[in-house]
Design a protein around this ligand. Structure first.
Ligand SMILES: Nc1ncnc2c1ncn2[C@@H]1O[C@H](COP(=O)(O)OP(=O)(O)O)[C@@H](O)[C@H]1O
Ligand SMILES: [Mg+2]
Length: 290
């Protein structure tokens, strides 16, 4: 079954005022259960507006959102249920930490779901493990932690609700390269272990290329592309025209192929490029699809 279905979604901010802005414009798409979807697009293309509809934080101006086969806004009184089914990690989520201890912060979501104290404790421990947080940090104040650790606590707080769909809006913004890799690997690990659907909004093509099965490209409030990672990055000229650079390694593969080397011009991760170059060195040449 599909995890999320979007039917003709339009979202207009400040409708009827001079500031009126159509941020999402007649978008229809389907996200399948268990997929890892990367969402990319220029700043202002509507990524954050779109995903905030998926847990009912924003209400469509027109159109429908279905979670599984349930229309989210069929009964507005029930919208809270969807907040637990679809977990959203905002940009800079560490600003929303507020409890005295890390454990209490992570426990906030599952407690609100009405789980037993015992179950909440289990969820907290498990989520802390997902984000590689040492158990001795659990009784500390979140404000004693480093920036990267605070970010992980905030992510753990959403993972602890074990949402069917986990959405992260620019989860690595502002982290150094090592912190970035750690957080992304933890998300990948979570996806693999739990089998839940994951949506990763990112402006980093490299990150999306490495982790996503499918990539959704937003442009000016519309879906410009939604296809497998390989197919999306093969359309590098269209991406460039939208102000999106393909991964650096894609440009290298293209350049080498253009110079006559037997390399697939559509490689998009460093690992793929490495395999191709090694094959070339051993004299075999390589085809990604072989
Ligand atoms: N709360 C808001 N009020 C009015 N306009 C907004 C608001 N949030 C976003 N916008 C506008 O909607 C458009 C899409 O923004 P956003 O969804 O944040 O894009 P992205 O996440 O891709 O950067 C932008 O033009 C932005 O300025
Ligand atoms: Mg955004």
């Amino acid at each position: 079954m599909s995890a999320i279905t979007v039917e003709h979604l339009t979202h207009v901010y400040s409708q009827g005022t001079p500031f009126e802005k159509t941020a999402v414009d007649d978008v229809s798409l389907t996200i399948e259960e268990g997929e890892f979807v990367g969402v990319i697009g220029h700043t202002g293309s509507g990524k954050s507006t779109l995903i905030q509809h998926f847990n009912g934080l924003l209400k469509p101006t027109s159109g429908r959102i279905l979670v599984g086969d349930r229309d989210m806004w069929a009964d507005p009184k029930k919208i809270r249920e969807f907040r637990f089914m679809v977990g959203l990690v905002f940009q800079y989520p560490e600003y929303q930490l507020f409890e005295e201890t890390v454990a209490k912060d992570i426990a906030f979501g599952p407690t609100n779901m009405g789980l037993s104290a015992e179950e909440v404790q289990q969820r907290v421990q498990q989520a802390a493990r997902f984000v590689g947080l040492n158990p001795n940090k659990l009784e500390k104040s979140p404000f004693e932690l480093s920036g990267g650790q605070k970010r992980r606590v905030a992510i753990a707080g959403v993972m602890a609700m074990n949402p069917k769909v986990l959405i992260l809006d620019e989860p690595t913004a502002g982290l150094d390269p090592r912190g970035r890799d750690k957080v992304l690997n933890e998300i990948k690990q979570y996806h693999k272990t739990q089998g839940n659907t994951v949506l990763l909004v990112s402006h980093s093509m490299e990150d999306v290329a490495k982790y996503a099965d499918r990539v959704l490209v937003m442009n000016k409030g519309k879906v410009a592309m939604f296809d497998t990672t390989e197919k999306v990055f093969a359309r590098s000229e269209e991406l460039s025209a939208m102000g999106l650079a393909v991964p650096q390694v894609s440009r290298i593969c293209r350049g080498l192929a253009a110079r006559g080397l037997n390399i697939d011009p559509n490689c998009y991760t460093i690992e793929q490029a490495k395999q191709q170059l090694l094959a070339l060195r051993s004299g075999k040449g390589a085809d990604l699809n072989a």
